[in-house]
Design a protein around this ligand. Structure first.
Ligand SMILES: Cc1cc2nc3c(=O)[nH]c(=O)nc-3n(C[C@H](O)[C@H](O)[C@H](O)COP(=O)(O)O)c2cc1C
Length: 218
């Protein structure tokens, strides 16, 4: 594998689903290395109050995959689902939404075969009533950079991942399965981890910067 430049790493780390190699085992040592890199991320007051659950047990992966499928079904039935935007007026947008739908469905159908799941967690919860934005920001802001560091490190070592959240619709059930103290610790994602097939990841089409950049005033 040729070494990636830092810019290539930052612009070609994609959501990998169909190109996950479901046959090739993943060494746990490599996953540990990615978690060590995740630990270099910033956290509010340097609390480092993150946790990473690494799941290789097939029975647990099956149960999580069932919760994931139930979450997908609820999402697909919801008005904001990608399935509802496939027929937008913009053909380009429609096409990209269709691809995401197909790829996400593939992951739902094959999740249990992915060698390793990683569930990043953070101490604290934001789903109670009246959590001030500053506290929400400290909690989510203390885990999102670590998760992204993990995903970048994985890409560097030839592993594909996708940030997924469908199983969170059944977070309590997943917490019970994995002995996570639900009242004190929030799961934030489920990252399927497998070697990726091929190396030709490209920067993704994104909105123009004019749409999102505001200088001095909104
Ligand atoms: C907070 C968050 C939640 C996501 N949840 C899911 C999910 O449940 N299932 C899935 O297949 N992809 C999920 N994704 C992946 C996005 O669909 C993906 O990042 C997006 O389509 C852009 O694709 P790219 O990363 O390849 O550029 C999620 C991404 C984020 C950041």
């Amino acid at each position: 594998m040729t070494a990636l430049t830092p810019e290539e790493l930052l612009t070609t780390t994609r959501a990998v689903r169909k190109r996950l190699d479901l046959q090739k085992p993943v060494e746990i040592e490599l996953v540990r290395k990615c978690i060590e890199i995740a630990q270099q991320a910033p956290s509010a007051s340097n609390r480092q109050n993150w946790h990473f659950l690494v799941i290789t047990d097939q029975v647990k992966k099956n149960s999580l995959s069932d919760l994931f499928r139930k979450g997908w079904q609820s999402y697909i039935d919801s008005p904001t689902s990608v399935a509802k935007t496939i027929s937008s007026d913009d053909p380009k947008k429609s096409e990209s939404q269709r691809k995401i739908y197909e790829s996400a469905k593939y992951l739902v159908d094959n999740l249990r075969k992915v060698p390793v799941f990683v569930i990043p967690c953070i101490e604290g919860r934001t789903d109670g009533s009246n959590v001030p934005v500053v506290v929400q920001s400290a909690i989510w802001g203390s885990i999102a950079p670590a998760v992204w560091n993990f995903m970048l490190a994985a890409r560097l070592y030839g592993l594909g991942t996708t940030w997924t959240s469908f199983h969170l619709l059944f977070e309590r059930e997943a917490a019970k399965l994995l002995n996570i103290p639900y009242e004190k610790v929030m799961q934030v994602a489920l990252l399927p981890v497998a070697y990726y097939k091929g190396t030709s990841f490209k920067p993704a089409p994104r909105d123009t910067i004019e749409k999102i950049l505001h200088t001095n005033s909104w």
